[in-house]
Design a protein around this ligand. Structure first.
Ligand SMILES: [Zn+2]
Length: 142
């Protein structure tokens, strides 16, 4: 997996530190060198087609923030197993913030996430996070 929306190693470092080497959903301890086997960095807002292919001249550039820290969380498993598989299969309620709609007006930095270690937080692109209010049903409907 390569391309403009893929997380750079320095960004993976930020995410790893922020999430303390644990699955952000279930808290399972991860082994750093086993990325792609027992854990992965989940894109909260999906890359979609545009994010996977390298943009050619004249094509719409993928959204740069897709590769930044607020859009990435450590999850156990891969796209088909563990917590990452559960998110991909939409078994995880949207209100928990692990999935951010591509067509919504809110971007990953705006959407609170229920983090295993940190509780309800907003993630920032510098690898930091700040406490956030748990979203209520009205917010979710907006
Ligand atoms: Zn997990």
């Amino acid at each position: 997996m390569t391309g403009p929306a893929e997380f750079k190693p320095a960004t993976v470092d930020l995410i790893w530190e922020r999430d303390r080497g644990r699955c952000a959903m279930c808290g399972r301890w991860l082994v750093r060198m086993h990325r792609g086997e027992t854990w992965s960095v989940h894109h909260r807002e999906d890359r979609g087609m545009g994010g996977v292919k390298r943009a050619r001249k004249g094509q719409v550039q993928p959204r740069a923030y897709l590769a930044l820290a607020a859009n990435g969380v450590l999850l156990c498993g891969t796209g088909t197993t563990g917590c990452h598989g559960d998110v991909t299969d939409e078994k995880v309620p949207e209100r928990l913030g692990f999935s951010v709609s591509r067509i919504g007006i809110r971007r990953p930095v705006d959407v609170p996430l229920k983090h295993y270690l940190h509780g309800w937080v907003r993630l920032d692109n510098d690898g930091s996070y700040a406490p956030a209010d748990e979203p209520d049903e009205e917010e979710m409907a907006a």
